[in-house]
Design a protein around this ligand. Structure first.
Ligand code: AMP
Ligand code: MG
Length: 486
């Protein structure tokens, strides 16, 4: 295990040069302090977890210090925001500090979010507030713990620097890790500015660094796009199966790696609602929960357009055509597992659909339902869950069908429970839990956010003394308005 000063850098993206990013130094925050760090994310860099307690840790991740081999740069990109093309975006408040190579030879981007203004800040102040930094931190590490591909979060540093949003808040920085920070919007930028030579350099860089297996195919660009479609189909299936609502699926927030990226006003569903809109600035519901599927497809089509100089349109179309069937296959598989079914039956899709309709009309707590379903044998579990439903006849009918289906499974209830609990989390990242931890952190008490992070890092395992984290949200907690401002 390493100390901070032993990190090895190899800044491949920086070497692409000034057409792709601009050198910018972080603007330090006042009186930096560590709010929370993730030991699991530190392990990705082979860092000794004790390093988080050193003074230099908070200084590095609040912009006061830099490794001599770091090369902080703001990346340029563009993208479709709410369906409208914005020709120039870019890292307006985050910097790619460099790429760390770990002992396994993996490259990890170190991206410091909230590091001050850059040439891409437009009207923004370049800052991130403590509230949104904690939200991104908790979600990144929780999604990973659930097995959902995501960027990671090393730590959040807080400060006394005032930052103005709807009210005065304090500035913070989040250190984000990902194998790459290239977004769909990077490709769109070079395509729409007619810099096709640069677009070629970008694509070749991305393929060489992240899609090396495509190099042996006839057209590596076409193979890369197909792979991106496949990864997104699987990713969105996981979002839908676990009730994750991203909230701002602009093409500049879509990672080329098919990982969850750029957390904003996200939410995990409490009560099931297919039409849930977690971003209160999203008036038309473009990014509502159920729209995430067609929107991901739409974003992939936007990326495909930017790849047309290098891939035949027919080939792009063919790959795009894989998205929905692949999504369906992954989604049905995940839902079957959540229901404790190990075999496939053609009636399963209807069984799932009917359950979701019943949950929708009765506003049933989505994730908890599956955990409780696994707790007891099917007939008993159905009896207990029944009281949460308004349409009792409808649920009874569903229960009979489910029991008939579950009867065909092998293994006893103990096995079934173990199998189901391994895919159905007990601990959920609920908005109200995050909000309570944020309120305490804003008062300088970081114990709640650290404890919440620790509990959520093992979401499937029952943890003694942590019962209070399993409770359903209070009424106020279900209707928190999560602002887009961050
Ligand atoms: P987001 O909504 O966080 O995905 O950001 C969209 C674009 O706005 C990106 O180019 C960000 O870098 C930029 N941005 C967001 N907030 C700020 C800010 N406070 N200062 C400067 N740029 C920002
Ligand atoms: Mg963004």
């Amino acid at each position: 295990m390493k100390t901070l000063d032993a990190l090895q850098f190899d800044n491949r993206f920086a070497r692409l040069g000034d057409a792709f990013s601009t050198e910018v130094l972080p603007e330090p925050l006042d009186e930096p302090r560590l709010v929370v760090a993730s030991p699991a994310a530190m392990a990705l860099l082979d860092l000794n977890p004790a390093e988080a307690d050193s003074e230099v840790f908070a200084q590095l991740f609040a912009g006061h210090k830099l490794w001599s081999d770091a090369e902080p740069r703001a990346m340029v990109y563009s993208g479709h925001q709410f369906g409208v093309y914005n020709p120039r975006l870019g890292d307006g408040r985050g910097l790619l500090l460099g790429e760390v190579v770990n002992d396994a030879g993996e490259h990890w981007d170190l991206h410091l979010k909230g590091a001050g203004q850059t040439p891409y800040s437009r009207m923004g102040d370049g800052r991130a507030v403590l509230r949104s930094s904690i939200r991104e931190f908790l979600a990144s590490e929780y999604m990973h713990a659930l097995g959902i591909p995501t960027s990671r979060a090393l730590c959040v540093t807080g400060s006394s620097t005032p930052v103005w949003r709807e009210r005065q808040e304090s500035g913070a920085m989040l250190l984000r890790l990902a194998p790459s920070h290239v977004r769909f919007g990077h490709f769109e930028y070079f395509y729409y500015t007619n810099q096709h030579e640069r677009l070629k350099e970008l694509g070749e860089h991305v393929i060489a660094c992240h899609f090396a297996e495509c190099l042996t195919t006839e057209n590596p660009w076409a193979a890369m796009f197909r792979e991106i479609v496949e990864r997104n189909a699987e990713l969105i299936a996981k979002w839908q199966a676990y009730g994750f609502c991203h909230g701002v699926m602009n093409s500049d927030n879509m990672s080329i790696l098919g990982i969850t990226f750029d957390y904003g006003p996200y939410a995990f569903l409490d009560d099931f609602d297919a039409n849930h809109i977690c971003n209160h600035s999203d008036d038309s519901g473009r990014y509502s929960f159920s729209n995430q599927v067609p929107i991901a497809h739409w974003n992939l089509a936007a990326l495909a357009q930017a790849l047309t100089p290098f891939v035949e349109v027919e080939q792009l179309r063919e790959s795009l055509g894989l998205f929905l069937p692949l999504f369906q296959a992954h989604y049905q598989d995940l839902m079957r597992r959540r229901l404790g079914l190990t075999t496939a039956d053609e009636r399963d899709a209807a069984l799932v659909e009917r359950l979701l309709q019943l949950m929708q009309t009765s506003a049933v707590d989505y994730n908890l339902f599956f955990r409780r379903l696994g707790e007891r044998a099917p007939a008993d579990a159905i009896k207990t869950l029944r009281e949460d439903f308004v349409d009792l006849a409808g649920f009874d009918q569903w229960g009979l069908e489910y029991q008939a289906r579950a009867a065909g499974e092998t293994g006893d209830q103990a096995e079934r429970r173990t199998r189901m609990h391994a895919v159905n989390p007990l601990y959920l990242l609920r908005n109200y839990l995050a909000q309570n931890a944020i309120s305490a952190a804003e008062q300088g008490d970081y114990a709640p956010v650290r404890e919440l992070h620790a509990v959520l890092s093992r979401p499937f395992e029952e943890q003694p003394g942590m019962q209070r984290y399993t409770e359903r949200p209070p009424e106020w907690g279900k209707h928190l308005e999560i602002s887009c401002s961050s």
